[in-house]
Design a protein around this ligand. Structure first.
Ligand code: MG
Length: 173
């Protein structure tokens, strides 16, 4: 059985993961409108991955006898200045998610909820990957700037991501 404090923190984190999915879906739609199908595809896969993160938390709360409380989701922005802006914002967003995961982890330690610290280890490792990937892409879009051939090259490259691919550390379970 988990404490009410942990339950609330995990329900809140689940909301952040669902919001991430919402945000990346909006970014995917923007990229599609901007005639960059590779970026749109990459962001759509990213959105799908975020839903799996939320559902991992959903299952953990239920497995520990907690109560699921789904929160209201804010609407993400529908417009972005450029592909570079999209990836800058994605990187900043992942840094915020990392901070949030770290807070929940700290709480689990304080509460001596070791089932949750072990569970959250996966998320800590996942955020290392998320920040690394989003940071690299943000930097590459910065390098390319307004250069159209460079942008098309990145679009081609990101289109290689498989639609169902989960770019995550291996799950120990
Ligand atoms: Mg996530």
């Amino acid at each position: 059985m988990m404490s009410k404090t942990m339950q609330d923190a995990l329900n809140e984190q689940m909301k952040h993961e669902f919001y991430s999915s919402y945000l990346y879906l909006s970014m995917s739609a923007y990229c599609d409108r901007a005639n960059l199908p590779g970026l749109a595809r990459w962001m759509r896969a990213q959105a799908r991955e975020e839903t799996t993160h939320a559902m991992k938390i959903f299952d953990h709360v239920l497995d520990r006898g907690g109560k699921i409380e789904l929160k209201d989701l804010a609407g993400p922005p529908a417009d972005f200045a450029s592909p570079r802006d999209v990836f800058d914002q994605a990187h900043q967003h992942e840094q915020q998610v990392t901070a949030s995961i770290n807070r929940v982890y700290g709480l689990a330690v304080d509460e001596r909820d070791f089932a949750s610290t072990v569970f959250l280890d996966w998320f800590v490792r996942e955020q290392v990957e998320e920040e690394k990937t989003s940071g690299l892409l943000a930097e590459q879009f910065r390098m390319v700037g307004e250069d159209r051939p460079g942008l098309l090259m990145l679009d081609r490259e990101l289109s290689q991501r498989k639609s169902g691919e989960v770019e995550s550390p291996s799950n120990p379970t």
